[in-house]
Design a protein around this ligand. Sequence first.
Ligand code: GDP
Length: 169
Amino acid sequence: MSSIKKKIVFLGGSSVGKSSILLRFTNNQFQEGQEPNVGASFLTKELSIENLKYKLQIWDTAGQERYSSMAPMYYRSASGAIIVYDITDSESFITAKKWVKELQQMGPIDVKMAIVGNKVDLSNDRQVSIEEVKEYAESSGALFFETSAKTGKNVYELFRQLLTHLPKT
Ligand code: GDP
């Protein structure tokens, strides 16, 4: 059986946990004080979901504003976009919404978006409510998850659901 190839891109501000979610998903690891990413990198991951084999090419971006003029290069031909903010940082949700808008205006026409509030293990310091994002995600046609790269909460589920929403070709 040949595998379904999909490009997935991570977008969002810096330090929200994009690299950490990816590391949790690919290696089931977490590193406190993960080194910031410079520029963009990608890796491949194979997995099976509901009897379908996927070969994912996952792009991780640095997130700094200064790279955003290069962003179109990252999300070009992406099937799925994972837009991450930090639930303890309301500023990062504003940045996430900018990415959603940019994708809607400039991204691939049928790209499926997942909006992800990360660091839910720090919910005592929460600044962004679930209700606010849920409503926003629904009105944008995006999926919504809260994750913790630290505990692993919802990380696999995020990928599983995003993939089940993509065309099976
Ligand atoms: P990126 O710049 O968006 O790729 O963010 P990183 O993955 O480099 O993470 C930034 C910082 O947040 C690092 O110190 C991580 O260890 C930390 N971090 C990432 N995810 C989580 C999480 O789910 N919970 C907590 N408590 N810290 C996290």
